[in-house]
Design a protein around this ligand. Sequence first.
Ligand SMILES: [Zn+2]
Length: 181
Amino acid sequence: MARTNPIIRHTEPRAWIGCLACYNDGDLVGQWYDAEECDEVTPAQLHGHATDHEELWVMDHEGIPIQGEMDPMTAAQWGRVFASVPEHQREALFAWVRSGSYVAEGEGDFPSLEVFEDVYEGEWCSWREYADHMLEEGGLLEGVSDEVRRYIDYDQWSRDLLMDYTVEHAEDGGVIVFRNL
Ligand SMILES: [Zn+2]
Protein backbone atom coordinates (compact mmCIF):
# COMPACT_ATOMS: atom_id res chain seq x y z
CA MET A 1 0.00 0.00 0.00
CA ALA A 2 3.03 2.24 0.26
CA ARG A 3 3.10 4.48 -2.78
CA THR A 4 5.20 7.24 -1.28
CA ASN A 5 7.67 9.28 -3.23
CA PRO A 6 11.27 8.50 -2.31
CA ILE A 7 12.32 12.05 -3.10
CA ILE A 8 10.02 14.71 -1.84
CA ARG A 9 10.27 17.92 -3.76
CA HIS A 10 8.48 21.15 -3.52
CA THR A 11 5.61 21.26 -6.00
CA GLU A 12 2.00 22.34 -5.77
CA PRO A 13 0.61 20.10 -3.02
CA ARG A 14 -1.50 17.34 -4.54
CA ALA A 15 -2.82 14.07 -3.23
CA TRP A 16 -3.98 10.85 -4.81
CA ILE A 17 -7.16 9.85 -3.03
CA GLY A 18 -8.21 6.25 -3.30
CA CYS A 19 -11.14 4.20 -2.06
CA LEU A 20 -10.11 1.76 0.66
CA ALA A 21 -12.93 -0.74 0.03
CA CYS A 22 -12.00 -0.95 -3.64
CA TYR A 23 -8.36 -1.21 -2.72
CA ASN A 24 -9.09 -4.16 -0.45
CA ASP A 25 -10.85 -5.82 -3.40
CA GLY A 26 -7.72 -5.36 -5.47
CA ASP A 27 -9.02 -2.37 -7.39
CA LEU A 28 -7.27 0.98 -7.56
CA VAL A 29 -10.04 3.53 -7.72
CA GLY A 30 -8.92 7.06 -7.19
CA GLN A 31 -7.42 10.19 -8.64
CA TRP A 32 -5.26 13.22 -8.01
CA TYR A 33 -6.68 16.34 -6.37
CA ASP A 34 -5.28 19.64 -5.26
CA ALA A 35 -4.43 19.10 -1.62
CA GLU A 36 -6.72 21.89 -0.48
CA GLU A 37 -9.75 20.19 -2.05
CA CYS A 38 -9.12 16.82 -0.46
CA ASP A 39 -11.56 17.17 2.40
CA GLU A 40 -14.38 17.97 -0.01
CA VAL A 41 -14.08 14.87 -2.16
CA THR A 42 -16.97 12.46 -1.68
CA PRO A 43 -16.95 8.70 -2.37
CA ALA A 44 -19.55 9.23 -5.12
CA GLN A 45 -17.32 11.78 -6.86
CA LEU A 46 -14.37 9.47 -6.64
CA HIS A 47 -16.23 6.51 -8.10
CA GLY A 48 -18.17 8.55 -10.63
CA HIS A 49 -21.43 7.07 -9.33
CA ALA A 50 -23.30 6.45 -6.09
CA THR A 51 -21.58 3.92 -3.86
CA ASP A 52 -21.76 2.49 -0.38
CA HIS A 53 -17.98 2.65 -0.10
CA GLU A 54 -17.19 5.20 2.57
CA GLU A 55 -13.55 5.37 3.45
CA LEU A 56 -11.21 7.50 1.36
CA TRP A 57 -7.51 7.56 1.92
CA VAL A 58 -4.53 9.47 0.53
CA MET A 59 -2.30 6.75 -0.90
CA ASP A 60 0.19 9.02 -2.61
CA HIS A 61 1.00 12.69 -2.57
CA GLU A 62 3.46 15.26 -3.77
CA GLY A 63 4.36 18.69 -2.54
CA ILE A 64 3.57 17.64 1.03
CA PRO A 65 6.79 17.54 3.01
CA ILE A 66 6.15 14.44 5.09
CA GLN A 67 6.38 10.82 4.07
CA GLY A 68 3.61 8.30 4.00
CA GLU A 69 -0.08 8.00 3.65
CA MET A 70 -2.61 10.20 5.42
CA ASP A 71 -6.28 10.90 5.63
CA PRO A 72 -7.81 13.44 3.22
CA MET A 73 -8.38 15.98 6.04
CA THR A 74 -4.67 16.04 6.78
CA ALA A 75 -3.78 16.49 3.11
CA ALA A 76 -6.25 19.37 2.88
CA GLN A 77 -4.71 20.96 5.96
CA TRP A 78 -1.25 20.73 4.36
CA GLY A 79 -2.68 22.41 1.28
CA ARG A 80 -4.06 25.24 3.38
CA VAL A 81 -0.78 25.65 5.26
CA PHE A 82 1.08 26.23 1.99
CA ALA A 83 -1.64 28.42 0.55
CA SER A 84 -1.39 30.66 3.58
CA VAL A 85 2.18 31.77 2.94
CA PRO A 86 3.22 33.94 -0.02
CA GLU A 87 4.18 31.94 -3.08
CA HIS A 88 7.83 33.00 -2.99
CA GLN A 89 8.18 31.52 0.52
CA ARG A 90 6.59 28.15 -0.18
CA GLU A 91 9.73 26.36 -1.24
CA ALA A 92 11.42 27.61 1.93
CA LEU A 93 8.56 26.43 4.14
CA PHE A 94 8.67 23.07 2.39
CA ALA A 95 12.43 22.81 2.92
CA TRP A 96 12.09 23.75 6.58
CA VAL A 97 9.63 20.93 7.26
CA ARG A 98 11.58 18.47 5.11
CA SER A 99 14.73 19.23 7.10
CA GLY A 100 13.02 17.80 10.17
CA SER A 101 14.36 20.58 12.36
CA TYR A 102 11.21 22.64 12.09
CA VAL A 103 8.90 23.68 14.87
CA ALA A 104 5.46 22.13 14.75
CA GLU A 105 2.32 23.83 15.90
CA GLY A 106 -0.04 22.14 18.30
CA GLU A 107 -0.14 18.36 18.28
CA GLY A 108 0.13 17.65 14.57
CA ASP A 109 3.04 17.79 12.15
CA PHE A 110 2.04 21.16 10.78
CA PRO A 111 4.68 23.87 10.99
CA SER A 112 4.30 26.98 13.09
CA LEU A 113 4.18 29.80 10.55
CA GLU A 114 5.02 32.29 13.24
CA VAL A 115 8.28 30.52 14.01
CA PHE A 116 8.94 30.08 10.29
CA GLU A 117 8.73 33.85 9.77
CA ASP A 118 11.12 34.30 12.64
CA VAL A 119 13.85 31.82 11.67
CA TYR A 120 13.79 32.04 7.87
CA GLU A 121 16.92 33.87 6.77
CA GLY A 122 16.33 33.79 3.05
CA GLU A 123 17.87 32.10 0.06
CA TRP A 124 21.56 32.49 -0.72
CA CYS A 125 23.98 31.34 -3.40
CA SER A 126 25.90 29.35 -0.80
CA TRP A 127 26.30 28.95 2.94
CA ARG A 128 29.58 30.81 2.66
CA GLU A 129 27.84 33.80 1.12
CA TYR A 130 25.46 33.91 4.07
CA ALA A 131 28.31 33.53 6.57
CA ASP A 132 30.21 36.38 4.92
CA HIS A 133 27.10 38.49 5.06
CA MET A 134 26.76 37.78 8.79
CA LEU A 135 30.38 38.67 9.34
CA GLU A 136 29.91 42.09 7.76
CA GLU A 137 26.45 42.62 9.19
CA GLY A 138 27.49 41.66 12.69
CA GLY A 139 30.13 44.36 12.63
CA LEU A 140 32.75 41.87 13.74
CA LEU A 141 35.25 43.24 11.27
CA GLU A 142 34.64 46.86 12.05
CA GLY A 143 37.91 48.65 12.49
CA VAL A 144 39.88 45.54 11.60
CA SER A 145 42.61 46.34 9.14
CA ASP A 146 43.00 44.53 5.84
CA GLU A 147 46.32 43.33 7.19
CA VAL A 148 44.62 41.43 9.99
CA ARG A 149 41.66 40.32 7.90
CA ARG A 150 44.02 38.25 5.81
CA TYR A 151 44.71 36.05 8.82
CA ILE A 152 41.12 35.31 9.71
CA ASP A 153 40.12 31.73 9.04
CA TYR A 154 36.88 32.35 7.17
CA ASP A 155 36.25 28.69 6.55
CA GLN A 156 36.44 27.94 10.24
CA TRP A 157 34.18 30.87 10.98
CA SER A 158 31.56 29.68 8.54
CA ARG A 159 31.78 26.10 9.85
CA ASP A 160 31.30 27.23 13.43
CA LEU A 161 28.40 29.44 12.51
CA LEU A 162 26.71 26.50 10.79
CA MET A 163 26.10 24.87 14.18
CA ASP A 164 23.35 27.39 14.83
CA TYR A 165 21.61 27.00 11.49
CA THR A 166 19.75 24.58 9.29
CA VAL A 167 20.72 24.79 5.63
CA GLU A 168 18.70 23.14 2.90
CA HIS A 169 19.37 22.96 -0.82
CA ALA A 170 17.23 25.18 -2.97
CA GLU A 171 15.96 23.94 -6.30
CA ASP A 172 17.79 26.59 -8.27
CA GLY A 173 21.11 25.49 -6.81
CA GLY A 174 21.40 27.90 -3.90
CA VAL A 175 20.74 27.29 -0.24
CA ILE A 176 17.87 28.16 2.06
CA VAL A 177 18.94 29.23 5.53
CA PHE A 178 17.08 28.90 8.83
CA ARG A 179 18.21 29.81 12.31
CA ASN A 180 17.95 26.99 14.82
CA LEU A 181 16.04 27.83 17.94
ZN1 LIG B 1 -14.69 1.98 -3.77
